[in-house]
Design a protein around this ligand. Structure first.
Ligand code: SF4
Ligand code: MG
Length: 338
């Protein structure tokens, strides 16, 4: 069976005044309908750029792209702007951290939602307004018949996030890309929005790519997980595999920078030293080597000279020079060192 979304060896490089930024450097993944792929990484790991490229929202003049992105058999990278325009909002949609960036302050929430619906379905104004009210109700906005005529600034932060989700889902997209949609919200509202997304996914069978720096969110929503570092995937697997038996030193570092999660290995709370790599001048070899506590265990300075291959078997794998059995041993020591 063909995966619904298939990304093959994606490379996204763009030019800036300072040089070429290698934002994504060879990324592959598949996503089936009704499934959620969590992409986790720090800012500057290339996760947001990956999304914008899937949606065709990158700056085409400045960006060099290589690889393949197939959505239900359609190659998005060779599609025209017009074809993409048809797909966006209809077959694929996006929600992000800042609802105000996707909602216009000058139009009512209802107008904005119904316009998306009209544009893609050709429905009448009246039908579209009814649809907007229905969507607001579905995402849990109280009194949608009145709130439909309000402006975004009259909504609270959480309500705006819900309105953005209503707008994203108004045409029943089959793919939803969520880029840190709950990061700016307080914990309670965050939990409500996550529940809402899960319910909507159940109802519509939407495939979701969920991008976050927060492994807690991953633990909550993802089926499969892809860990990105410096524009590359360093580890992938099911949520269970990645959280309970991490294989990559960076994943272990991420896990130890947050309180333990349900189903995750118990490691001491310890932030990863150093800062994320520059994508203008990425470190040679393994991009994690300047921050890796295990690099010295690899002979001949290989970590700083040679890029480790990502070995994947049945969707499970990681990119590290240290033999997996040795890593597992060290990780067990590390976890037990508390
Ligand atoms: Fe650490 Fe070397 Fe493995 Fe990279 S390849 S994660 S630097 S041990
Ligand atoms: Mg981002």
């Amino acid at each position: 069976q063909q995966p619904f979304l298939s990304v093959r060896d994606l490379k996204v490089h763009f030019s800036t005044e300072d040089g070429i930024v290698k934002a994504v450097d060879g990324l592959s993944f598949d996503l089936a309908k009704g499934q959620t792929l969590g992409i986790v990484g720090e800012s500057g790991s290339g996760k947001s750029v990956t999304n914008l490229t899937i949606l065709g929202l990158h700056d085409r003049h400045r960006t060099a792209i290589d690889g393949e992105i197939l959505l239900d058999g359609t190659d998005l990278l060779t599609s025209s702007e017009r074809q993409l325009e048809k797909l966006r909002g209809n077959k694929m949609a996006m929600i992000f951290q800042d609802a105000l960036a996707s909602l216009s302050p000058y139009h009512t929430v209802g107008t904005q939602i119904s316009e998306v619906f009209r544009k893609h379905t050709g429905a009448s104004k009246r039908e579209s307004r009814a649809r907007a009210i229905e969507m607001l109700r579905r995402v849990g906005i109280p009194q949608p018949e009145t709130r439909v005529d309000e402006y975004p600034h009259q909504f609270s932060g959480g309500m705006r996030q819900r309105a953005m989700i209503a707008m994203a889902l108004v045409c029943d997209p089959e793919l939803l890309i969520a880029d840190e949609p709950t990061t700016a919200l307080d914990v309670t509202v965050q939990a409500q929005i996550m529940d809402l997304l899960k319910d909507l996914q159940q109802e519509f069978g939407t495939a979701i790519v969920f991008i976050t720096h927060d492994l807690g969110v991953i633990a909550d929503i993802a089926d499969d997980v892809l860990v990105m570092y410096g524009g590359r995937c360093v580890e992938r697997g099911t949520k269970r595999e990645v959280l309970s038996t991490p294989q990559h030193p960076y994943t272990l570092g991420l896990l130890s920078s947050m309180p333990s999660l349900e189903g995750s290995v118990d490691v001491p709370l310890n932030p990863i030293p150093g800062s994320p790599p520059s994508l203008l001048n990425p470190p040679s070899g393994c991009r994690f080597h300047p921050r890796c506590a295990f690099a010295e265990k690899v002979p001949n300075g290989l970590c700083s000279t040679e890029r480790p291959a990502l070995d994947v078997v049945d969707g499970r794998g990681s990119a590290c020079h240290l033999p997996l059995a040795q890593r597992e041993e060290f990780f067990a020591d590390f976890a037990g060192s508390r």
